[in-house]
Design a protein around this ligand. Structure first.
Ligand SMILES: C[S@@+](CC[C@H](N)C(=O)[O-])C[C@H]1O[C@@H](n2cnc3c(N)ncnc32)[C@H](O)[C@@H]1O
Length: 270
């Protein structure tokens, strides 16, 4: 989307703020999408000038997400997904990966960005056997998420909670509280999938520090061990919390991208 895109002109009261960069829209720019505004592109490009591999990082998150969802549907037999911090629709959205394996998969997407809401139609395609729903809700308001998701998901059956690229937006206290509140509501056999940026590159740390100082879309890079603590009380699926490109990689003639700093993992609730 460009600044003069029809969808923006037609939605003057949509709550979309084009004066400050937004996470979903910067992410969309790094992924090569068009659903972003000048302010997002400027912030994203400024970040990329300090850490050029940021687009590789965004793609590595998506590849991990795709492998993780496929594992959950294929190997763990999960048929229900709660994807909080969905982002703008792109290739291999959660329901597409899950429903390719199991057409009866039910997926609830949650995001608090009004532009994601405006694009929710693209997330709401579903196989006839399955279902998708979109909630305009906030990670920090677990009660609303759980209450509304229950219209689509059966909380007596296992659910995969997907938190990809969202926990870093919050400090430890807020992120821990959100994860434990949501996981507590899931039945035994449920899973948690996390992918989050790590503090393992001095260049990325510096780019993030400068970006955070500008104040719009703050992100907290964490160590692998700290990200692993979000899985406390869960059984980690092999190979544990690892650089996301090392998590059950698919055979590829290409080397993994050299400068990716993100940890990925999946845990099962006993
Ligand atoms: C970096 S993007 C990640 C998108 C996608 N999950 C992925 O991995 O490609 C982070 C997403 O989290 C959403 N987000 C940030 N804070 C949120 C909150 N408190 N509640 C719901 N969504 C939030 C943003 O709007 C954005 O879409």
């Amino acid at each position: 989307m460009t600044d003069d895109a029809p969808s923006t002109r037609q939605r003057p009261t949509s709550g979309i703020d084009t004066s400050v960069p937004h996470s979903a829209r910067m992410w969309n720019h790094w992924l090569g999408g068009k659903d972003n505004y000048e302010v997002d592109r400027a912030a994203a490009d400024q970040f990329a000038a300090a850490f050029p591999a940021i687009a590789d990082n965004a793609r590595a998150f998506r590849h991990f997400l795709s492998r993780g969802i496929r594992y959950l549907a294929e190997d763990a037999g999960i048929r229900q997904f709660l994807d909080v911090g969905t982002g703008l629709p792109t290739v291999d959205n959660t329901h597409e990966v899950a429903q390719r394996v199991a057409p009866d998969s039910r997926v609830v997407y949650v995001d608090n960005d009004p532009l994601v809401l405006a694009h929710a139609r693209a997330l709401l395609t579903s196989t006839p056997e399955g279902a998708t729903a979109y909630l305009d809700a906030d990670l920090r308001d677990a009660d609303t998420i759980l209450r509304t998701a229950a219209d689509t998901l059966d909380f007596d059956r296992p659910i995969a909670l997907v938190l990809s690229g969202i926990l870093g937006h919050y400090d430890d206290e807020v992120a821990d509280a959100a994860v434990s509140r949501l996981v507590a509501a899931l039945p035994s056999g449920s899973h948690l999938l996390i992918c989050d940026g790590t503090d393992t590159s001095p260049e990325l740390n510096e780019a993030q520090r400068m970006h955070n100082e500008r104040g719009a879309v703050v992100y907290h890079l964490r160590g692998h061990e700290r990200i692993g603590r979000f899985f406390t009380g869960l059984e980690l699926v092999e190979p544990g919390v690892v650089p996301c490109y090392e998590w059950r990689p698919e055979p590829s003639p290409f080397e993994p991208p050299a400068d990716v700093h993100a940890a990925g993992g999946v845990g099962r609730k006993p």
